[in-house]
Design a protein around this ligand. Structure first.
Ligand SMILES: O=C(O)[C@H](O)[C@@H](O)[C@H](O)[C@H](O)COP(=O)(O)O
Length: 243
């Protein structure tokens, strides 16, 4: 449990650069402390812009000991343009000197028989790479939706009650309807949780999440990192927060 910090950048482009700079430092700090770094990626607009900004700084990172995971995935075949993996590969991973074994996509319908099986596989992979049954993650990046969702954990959705490390999600209000998501249990096991929001259309969600820890109301307000929780906002997304 950690009290949330707030970083506000003037606009989305500046925000992506600020988060990318912070990621370069956080990965170096994790590598200095424990010889490795594990980063959980997010889909979405500001999440993908951040990965592009990180690609511009790729030479500042030692990728040989970085593990890349996803906070959620749309249950679509490998290579589908709507998959978060596809966006992350185009924005960042394809340009990196990284061993494919260090990149951990969520299986799609081409690599699993059901979304339940895909989630169970991902949960096992996270546990196997973790310690004491919980994943070892240095930073989880989470884009925040206009309804204060994070990953594929939506307000009031039954998947919120599933305690597995990765959970199947049906009937997502954001298309596509079938997804796999890290659970709150996995997310809150991370050393640092970073929530990203840009644009005026996120201002209500940011205000809502700042005022409640109830995951049924605002999943984004209900997650904290063990050591650090940071809200990275642009000024439009932060506009309704008290100064
Ligand atoms: O699969 C997805 O769509 C995401 O992982 C989702 O959780 C996203 O990060 C938020 O909806 C914010 O997305 P935007 O930044 O595009 O609004």
């Amino acid at each position: 449990m950690s009290a949330a910090e707030r970083v506000v950048a003037p606009d989305a482009t500046a925000l992506a650069g600020v988060v990318a700079d912070a990621l370069v430092s956080a990965m170096a700090a994790a590598q200095a402390a424990r010889g490795a770094a594990a980063l959980v990626l997010t889909g979405g607009g500001i999440g993908t812009a951040t990965l592009r900004a990180l690609a511009e700084r790729a030479e500042s990172v030692d990728w040989s000991t970085v593990q890349l995971w996803w906070g959620d995935e749309r249950y679509l075949p490998t290579g589908d343009p709507e998959r978060n993996e596809t966006g992350a590969r185009e924005a960042l991973i394809d340009a990196l000197p990284i061993d494919p074994a260090q990149v951990h996509p969520v299986p799609g319908p081409d690599a699993s028989t059901s979304v339940e099986e895909a989630a169970a596989y991902y949960a096992r992979e996270l546990a196997d790479a973790g310690s004491g049954g919980l994943p070892v993650i240095d930073v989880v990046l989470l884009g925040v939706g206009p309804d204060a969702h994070i990953a594929s954990l939506f307000p009031g959705h039954p998947a919120l009650a599933d305690d597995a490390l990765a959970v199947p999600v049906h009937d997502s209000p954001k298309p596509p309807p079938t997804r796999v998501s890290l659970s709150r249990r996995s997310i809150t096991a991370a050393r640092e949780v970073w929530l990203l929001a840009a644009g005026a259309e996120k201002a209500d969600a940011v205000l809502l999440a700042a005022g409640t820890e109830d995951p049924r109301v605002a999943p984004a307000g209900s997650v904290t990192g063990r050591e650090r929780t940071v809200w990275f906002l642009d000024s439009a997304a932060a506009q309704r927060l008290p100064a």
